[in-house]
Design a protein around this ligand. Sequence first.
Ligand code: ZN
Length: 337
Amino acid sequence: MEIRSTIAGSLPKPSWLAEPETLWAKWSLDGPALADAKRDATRIALFEQDRAGITCVTDGEQSRQHFVHGFLTHIEGVDFSKMARRGIRADRYEADVPTITGPVRRVGPAHLDEATFARRHTKRRLKVTLPGPMTIVDTVFDAHYKDRRELAMAFAALIREEIQALESVGVYMVQLDEPALNAYLDEAEHWGMEAIDAAIRDVFCRTAVHVCYGYGIKANIEWKQSLGPSWDQYERLLPLLSKTNVDELSIEFAGSHVPAGVLAMTGRKDVAIGVIDVATDRVETPDEVVATINSARAYLPDERIVASTNCGMAPMRRDIAYAKLQSLGAGVALANS
Ligand code: ZN
């Protein structure tokens, strides 16, 4: 079987949709014009992935302001009028986050409309990303549950309802984004895996968990520099994740200090390996993509390798992100030739 390809999830938004090169960017439009612009931006994201030959595509997260808060705006008990400033990802950086003021309940689907639209506009396999339970817990201010595990399990049930809605419209894969796992290794072990398995219990679409070292923003780049020459977080996490019920593990790999040997710790899972670095504006050549794939081939058979980006490309320059996307596709085609 050939090596497949995907992207971690997000692509930069056009400047006519949102302020470029920033996280939590403000929308440039509102009302029906905004809804229309989101759909047009989704068309472009799908078209460019198709042009690059990506096996399993996403909508580029063109309809969400942020990968966590997009989901939370559809949850009762999450109050966006009470924003709190807190350190997130083990105080790596500060963010304004909404407050949990009561029991959380899903008032309706969060991403069903955009998934349905994307499903109609590509013939390729469609992946939808959702924030994972621990990452949600780490991106809110909890004034109600006062217990991170309990809050995570409450959100896991809501994520599961959302996955069931998404799979009913033909979504091939749902990926839980869990960058927080890398910041809280003990909690990952104590309840992180339990929450992931609860979120995907009895769903029939394919499932993935994405764990990375974060977007290529300044706070993350500085954090990475503090981690030393060999990053050992995956050595703890991958054996744990390999025992969960997810089908695919998505990890950062390109241009990082992740030792290739961790790929041997992934059990029988498919592994989406970052072959595109999102923390640098230098565009990888297809040959460099092949070289990264080949270093993974020392540990994994082709049928378990999915070539991907290290993380979402939302905060990148648009021309660079799309050039990297084309290199990803060209590199995978070369590796399969
Ligand atoms: Zn990521």
